[in-house]
Ligand binder design. Structure first.
Ligand code: DX5
Ligand code: ZN
Length: 229
């Protein structure tokens, strides 16, 4: 699909479905179900076993996802500079790398400039939000991790609420979407959405072995649209 920051901000809050805990042998069935529940954006967690312990999904999965979905690719890999082009070639619509994964985050963003992809920078729970300030002219998406990267189904770290407020203030009046990833459940999604988050990633709350369509529907119902400013 062809999307840009304006589209993303107009849809906000967007629910991006993390496929890490989907049924990999029946992925198409799970994706169809999620779509029936209102999902348009798929979040793909790429881990290399170095930046964080697990090794997960990679290029073949990104390339295989039906392109009627927005492909929101979250790289948790070391040395992203040498890998980003392969992911844009594979069809990533949003490509997010970690600030902590490279000494040259600004150069990674420069390299992605002009590729048409929505450029995202993610930060771990232990990284000060202000560390992204020098990058704000060169990114379209800022993703705050509410868990330490590695696994689905972890608990939302409470300090994330304050960090989201800080990040909101930082990106205000800029064409930058704010996202949160990790630990989202039916019980905390409304509260998190009220912090003015544009993209909410939910993995195990949607793909939990039961009904992705019902799960997605009930999460989407709960999200309150932020009043226009
Ligand atoms: C954290 C990943 C997240 C996570 C989401 O390592 O980046 O996308 O798997 O899963 P839940 O929603 O289950 O925390
Ligand atoms: Zn993620």
């Amino acid at each position: 699909v062809n999307i840009d920051t304006d589209w993303l901000l107009a849809q906000a809050p967007v629910l991006s479905a993390g496929i890490l805990t989907a049924d990999m042998l029946n992925l198409e069935r799970d994706l169809d179900a999620a779509e029936a529940g209102g999902i348009r954006v798929l979040h793909v967690d790429v881990m290399d076993g170095c930046f964080c312990p697990p090794v997960t999904l990679g290029l073949p999965v990104v390339a295989a996802l039906p392109d009627r979905f927005v492909r929101d690719v979250h790289l948790m890999v070391d040395a992203p500079l040498s890998k980003i082009e392969a992911f844009t070639d594979a069809g990533a619509d949003m490509l997010t790398f970690h600030l902590e994964s490279t000494r040259h985050p600004h150069r990674v963003l420069q390299t992605l400039s002009g590729s048409g992809v929505i450029r995202g920078v993610a930060i771990n729970p232990g990284t000060p939000v202000a560390a992204v300030a020098p990058l704000l002219d060169d990114l379209e998406f800022l993703l705050l991790l509410a868990v330490n990267p590695g696994w689905g189904g972890q608990s939302f770290i409470p300090a994330t609420k304050q960090r989201l407020a800080e990040a909101r203030a930082l990106v205000e009046d800029r064409p930058v979407a704010l996202g949160v990833d990790g630990g989202i459940t039916a019980s905390n999604i409304a509260d998190v959405a009220s912090a003015g988050v544009d993209v909410i990633v939910a993995g195990s709350a949607i793909f939990d072995g039961s009904s992705p369509s019902e799960n997605a529907l009930s999460l989407l119902k709960t999200i309150v649209r932020r009043p226009p400013s």
